[in-house]
Design a protein around this ligand. Structure first.
Ligand code: WT7
Length: 652
């Protein structure tokens, strides 16, 4: 069977009884309306999904040449109010989060009222510590309840949060603090992973040495580590909270629809990570509607998105989307293999989870351990499985479908990006059969196009090209923090008048989209983006390294692994110890997610006569596709290639 003829529609009949969007006709009708009359469509959704203090004056105003996008301008609302206050009359006692600790015995059920109370108190703490509307707050935390509380407390007072994933290094924290000019950092002494405490505060301490402008560090006591805090600057979360009354109310700050809600840093092909900015209204609306419709979530269902809140997936589908809709979610502190490889399935059984959303890398890692871990548990509550982060290979897809979904749950393969805020190309469970590896169709209001080399839309089915989006959607990023020109240049200058995704894609004869992968120098490691430029600059900081070129290669679990070609300085000697040092160097600079899989020392790199590294060739070498090196005639010194091939390293 070819990939595009393998279709699975077993779930359709069941979903078409109750789904919000029942069948292709309904989808097509709404889709047509959404792209032909975006203002009408989105105004209607904005009434339905959000509560406004003041309605907007204009639904949409944009200019893709200047990269200026504005939704619901003149409207006033607050994201925290929409996620909490407005639910109190109806669902105060409903569970917002089942929180599951790393230790399976440690659990909490947090109601909407609980969350509201905690957010209000912490909003008061932030205010007492001088945080004001528009200020930036860096958050570096494990997956504990204080993390969503921090996000919502910032949103409540109009402060702009920027979460730094707990797996990033001290330098990464420092760079982000400096870039956004944060004066407050929220962190924890540590967190638990796989049964062991892991320190977080150490990294913040190191970052602080480079960030004298930070005024306050608020620290959650998670691991009872007993670490001392530096007087003056550092305070304990619980002590600050005790200074406020248990029933403290902080009025939600009236925010303009276009006011920034948060900044999230993401890697690109060049330069340092970019601070992608999302807004109070458009982002919230779009995450709410996609949460509802893509996962077809009903009010009595339990949803689990396994992402970390440190990534956009967690922001959109653990915090803002589900809470805005008043749904019940699960938040998990731990890892998929502790205490054993059945942890995910044990959690699904424990909370009777209905809809489950994870990443291909997790599926591959768990599939490798065999079916027995899945079979131990009653997964009959599940009716839908989602995936995100990278193209899912058909083998992993089928394993997930058969063993986890028991061949009755659709796999909802959602393609989107940090910059898009929410799902862009995705199946809807009641609409059409799904195909392994395809993200199906555009969500409402999304107008994709695939362009060929000349910038014209491709003419034939299955023709690969560059994926662009022709019209704005409410959750699209508005700018790169502090550098609008970089925003314009990165996303709107490559193809004038369109949003440039950086991904290649194709559309089959049935209209299904298939993502091929990044066309730029970005490596997708376990569903997370790393820029080759960032990795290379981390390597050349080492005193023994003269030059480095890094590429992604196919990796059985991570999707892509990191392969580094390194030229040493004349006085340095190649050794395994040095390789280890280099791996450590990059982990220190960026964080453990940036662990080099392979380091190959070399005397030369393939370059054009003008000195540009030919990554195309390095990619083929790293992937072992030695008969596909293509045209090497433009290379300055062809002998380099033979040596590189000869010394190529295979992943163990
Ligand atoms: C890049 C965005 C969106 C949250 C997670 C990653 C790749 C993402 C899919 C998918 C194929 C995917 C793309 C995209 N990607 N989802 N379902 N199928 N590729 O967010 O770090 O901003 O990365 O991830 O290459 O451009 P991100």
């Amino acid at each position: 069977m070819t990939e595009s003829t393998e279709v699975y529609g077993e779930h359709l009949a069941e979903f078409q009884k109750t789904a919000y969007i029942k069948g292709m006709d309904e989808y097509q009708k709404l889709y047509k309306q959404s792209v032909e009359d975006p203002e009408g469509f989105w105004a209607q959704q904005a009434e339905k999904y959000l509560s406004w203090e003041k309605k907007w004056d204009q639904v949409l105003d944009y200019d893709f040449t200047e990269a200026r996008i504005s939704w619901f301008s003149g409207g006033v609302l607050n994201a925290s109010y929409n996620c909490l206050d407005r639910h109190l009359d109806t669902i105060a006692d409903k569970i917002a989060y089942y929180w599951e600790g790393d230790n399976p015995e440690e659990t909490k059920a947090v109601t909407y009222k609980d969350l509201y109370t905690r957010v209000n108190r912490f909003a008061a703490v932030l205010k007492n510590n001088g945080v004001k509307k528009g200020d930036r707050v860096i958050i570096y935390m494990p997956m504990i309840v204080e993390l969503p509380v921090s996000l919502l407390a910032c949103a409540r007072i109009g402060a702009i949060h920027s979460v730094v994933f707990g797996g990033f290094s001290a330098d990464a924290i420092a760079n982000r603090i400096k870039d956004c000019g944060a004066k407050v950092v929220i962190t924890a002494d540590g967190g638990y992973r796989g049964g062991k405490p892991v320190s977080l505060k150490d990294n913040v301490d190191k970052a602080m040495e480079k960030c004298p402008d930070v005024e306050t560090v608020i620290v959650v006591n998670r691991t009872d580590s007993g670490i001392p805090l530096k007087p003056g600057k550092e305070v304990w979360w619980h002590e600050e909270e005790e200074k406020t009354a248990a029933d403290t109310f902080v009025a939600p700050e009236p925010m303009d629809a276009e006011d920034p809600l948060f900044i999230l840093y993401t890697s690109g092909s060049t330069g340092k990570p970019k601070g992608v900015v999302h807004t109070h209204a458009g982002y919230l609306l779009y995450t709410a509607i996609t949460t509802r419709l893509v996962f077809d979530l009903k009010d009595d269902e339990v949803f689990w998105c396994t992402a970390d809140i440190g990534w956009i997936t967690g922001h959109s589908y653990i915090v803002y989307g589900p809470l805005c809709c008043g749904l019940t979610g699960v938040m998990f502190e731990g890892v998929p293999n502790y205490p054993d490889f059945d942890r995910f399935w044990a959690i699904v059984e424990k909370y009777r989870i209905n809809k489950f959303y994870t990443a291909p890398t997790a599926i591959r890692a768990l599939a490798r351990e065999g079916e027995s871990h899945v079979e131990k548990h009653d997964l009959s509550s599940l009716s839908l499985l989602g995936t995100v982060g990278e193209p899912i290979n058909p083998e992993a897809w089928r394993w997930y479908y058969k063993n986890v979904g028991k061949s009755r749950c659709p796999i909802i393969d959602t393609w989107w990006q940090t910059e898009t805020g929410g799902h862009m190309l995705t199946p809807l469970p009641g609409v059409a059969p799904v195909k392994p590896g395809s993200c199906s169709f555009p969500f409402f209001g999304v107008d994709p196009v695939i362009l060929d080399d000349t910038g014209e839309p491709v003419k034939f089915p299955d023709e690969e090209g560059l994926l662009c989006i022709r019209k704005p959607w409410p959750a699209m990023a508005r700018t790169v923090y502090g550098d609008h020109e970089r925003f314009r240049e990165t996303y709107f200058s490559q193809v004038p008048g369109m949003y440039f995704t950086g991904d290649a894609a194709k559309k089959d004869a049935d209209g299904y989209y298939w993502i091929i992968g990044r066309i730029d120098d970005v490596i997708n490691v376990s569903g997370h983006r790393l820029g080759t430029a960032e990795l290379e600059s981390a390597l050349v900081l080492h005193p023994s390294v003269a030059e480095a070129a890094v590429v992604g290669f196919p990796h059985p679990i991570k999707g892509q692994g990191i392969y580094a070609f390194v030229i040493l300085k004349a006085n340095a000697t190649a050794s395994d110890a040095l390789k280890k040092e280099l791996v450590g160097q990059v982990r220190n600079e960026i964080g453990p997610i940036a662990t080099l899989d392979i380091v190959q020392f070399t005397d030369g790199l393939p370059k054009t006569r003008s000195g540009k590294i030919m990554r195309r060739i390095l990619k083929k070498i790293s992937a072992g596709k030695l008969d596909e090196l293509g045209d090497t005639s433009t290379i300055a010194d062809e002998s380099v290639i033979d040596k590189l091939v000869e010394n190529r390293v295979n992943i163990e």
